[in-house]
Design a binder for this molecule. Structure first.
Ligand SMILES: Cc1cc2nc3c(=O)[nH]c(=O)nc-3n(C[C@H](O)[C@H](O)[C@H](O)COP(=O)(O)OP(=O)(O)OC[C@H]3O[C@@H](n4cnc5c(N)ncnc54)[C@H](O)[C@@H]3O)c2cc1C
Length: 433
């Protein structure tokens, strides 16, 4: 795989005029660059950390549960054949609450699909994305390179880029574009510098992530278990192992990280139970503090926020990247449906913000409610959570609605999310599902 570096980019005859400048080549920024491969837009993708380096924050050893809709998107983008070698299907979802009566189950047969989603290692997703993006003639990857500054006027965006931490010394670069896309993560510098306000809420929780091996095979079941100290998920991955995302109170995290492997597994077993027999092995543990960040606006003059820069949500129910990929698919569609003259046109950006509003509101509300209701120390609240599960298991339409949203199949969807090509087939009507 070729990995264009800052130096390669600087030493070749890099064109400094672009239509779209994407800052942040993590899972979301690189997905947008890949989605626009067939467009006429000239794209610059600026990423601070080279893919494959240990400090790369987006493509680490975490896993991402791709919803059914995200898999359809990657199929439509021609990435799935390569990615599926690293993907494990989720055939069933089992949601339960520790110490309370109440569980709900969602099955792929009930939903009429081969799998409800797939679990992929982030690092593998990064390598597949970059293998494709680096072949694209219309994309210049500038990496490792960091956005230093930007200005916007009525005609264009001017961006100053410095070498990234691994690049050593180098001159500053000045690039011009018509649209600046901020995919630079939850602490987005672009968002900050543009003065775009956010709503934020610290859950007071940190997710501990590790790969664990149970005695029995997971049988492609994804477990989501709500406990009085926080929700935990065990997602199926290769060789019968599970990817653990265990949300814990901040004050308990250092102690959990400091335990020996066997003590850690026994603590986890106590929380999770014996549905897969004994938990026999754990890999390295890492920690991710959890805060909800939601930008009030996704767009500004010649500017769009995507992914964590726009909304960073609790990982319960695994929705963050799936939601962001629907942003990507929608923006890419509106950009190619336009005349490809001015990527930063107000019409395109306003339509993008309008289209995404409903899905964002509902998905963020769902994950936020799940994160809060099951972790609220008030007994009444946790009991309400348990009742919610019982009700959901009994009332099929409610479970169906929950499943459709978490599978990424609810509401008005862009063409890619329903498995169609990005470009409109000779201007045919609506693509809503
Ligand atoms: C524990 C955990 C589990 C999760 N599980 C799931 C799941 O199962 N399913 C799901 O859908 N989502 C999941 N998510 C959410 C998912 O990880 C995020 O939605 C996703 O990482 C967002 O990607 P991003 O590209 O927007 O941001 P990031 O991954 O933060 O990437 C931002 C990129 O921008 C680069 N960057 C930053 N600043 C600059 C700069 N100034 N110049 C140049 N580059 C810059 C960074 O180097 C980085 O590569 C999970 C999250 C957590 C914490």
């Amino acid at each position: 795989m070729s990995r264009p570096s800052w130096r390669e980019g600087r030493e070749t005859d890099m064109n400094h005029e672009y239509d779209i400048i994407i800052v942040g080549g993590g899972m979301v920024g690189a997905s947008l660059a890949h989605a626009l491969a067939t467009s006429d837009y000239r794209i610059a993708l600026i990423e601070a950390h080279a893919v494959g380096r240990s400090g790369q924050p987006s493509y680490d050893e975490r896993t991402v549960a791709l919803s059914y809709g995200s898999v359809r998107t990657f199929k439509a983008l021609g990435l799935w054949d390569e990615l599926k070698a690293f993907a494990t299907p989720i055939k069933h979802i089992h949601v339960s609450e520790r110490g309370r009566f109440g569980a709900t189950r969602i099955s792929h047969t009930e939903q009429g699909v081969e799998a409800l989603g797939y679990v992929v290692i982030n690092r593998a997703l990064g390598e597949c994305l970059y293998a494709q993006v680096s072949k694209q003639k219309n994309v210049t990857i500038i990496m490792p390179a960091r956005l230093r500054d930007f200005t916007v006027d009525s005609e264009r965006v001017t961006v100053t880029v410095a070498p990234g931490p691994e690049a050593g010394e180098g001159k500053l670069l000045e690039l011009h574009g018509r649209l600046l896309v901020a995919a630079d993560g939850s602490a987005s510098m672009v968002r900050e510098q543009a003065g775009m306000q956010v709503r934020s809420f610290n859950y007071g929780h940190t997710a501990i992530v590790a790969n664990v091996t149970p005695e029995q095979h997971h049988k492609y079941i994804a477990y989501e278990r709500f406990t009085d100290t926080g929700p935990l998920a065990l997602l199926p991955i290769s060789q019968g192992r599970c990817s653990l995302v265990w949300s814990n109170r901040e004050q308990d995290v250092d102690a959990l990280l400091g335990l020996s492997d066997s003590e850690f597994l026994s603590r986890l077993q106590h929380r999770f139970g014996y549905r897969m027999g004994r938990l026999v092995k754990t890999g390295a543990r890492s920690a991710y503090p959890l805060t909800l960040i939601e930008a009030f606006e996704m767009v500004g003059p010649r500017l769009a926020l995507l992914g964590n820069a726009a909304h960073s949500i609790h990982p319960v129910a695994g929705q963050g990247f799936n939601l962001a990929l629907r942003d990507v698919a929608t923006l890419a569609q509106l950009l190619v449906d336009g005349d490809e003259q001015d990527a930063g046109s107000e019409i395109v950006l306003n339509e993008f913000a309008r289209w995404r509003r409903d899905d964002l509101r509902k998905t963020i509300r769902l994950t936020d409610a799940l994160a809060r209701v099951f972790t609220n120390p008030l007994v009444g609240m946790t009991h309400a959570g348990g009742l919610g599960l019982v009700v959901m298991d009994l009332i099929a339409p409610l479970r169906w609605m929950f499943a459709r949203r978490t599978m990424g199949m609810a509401g008005r969807l862009p063409r890619l999310a329903v498995g169609q090509a990005l470009r409109r087939p000779s201007h045919q009507g609506t693509n809503a599902a």
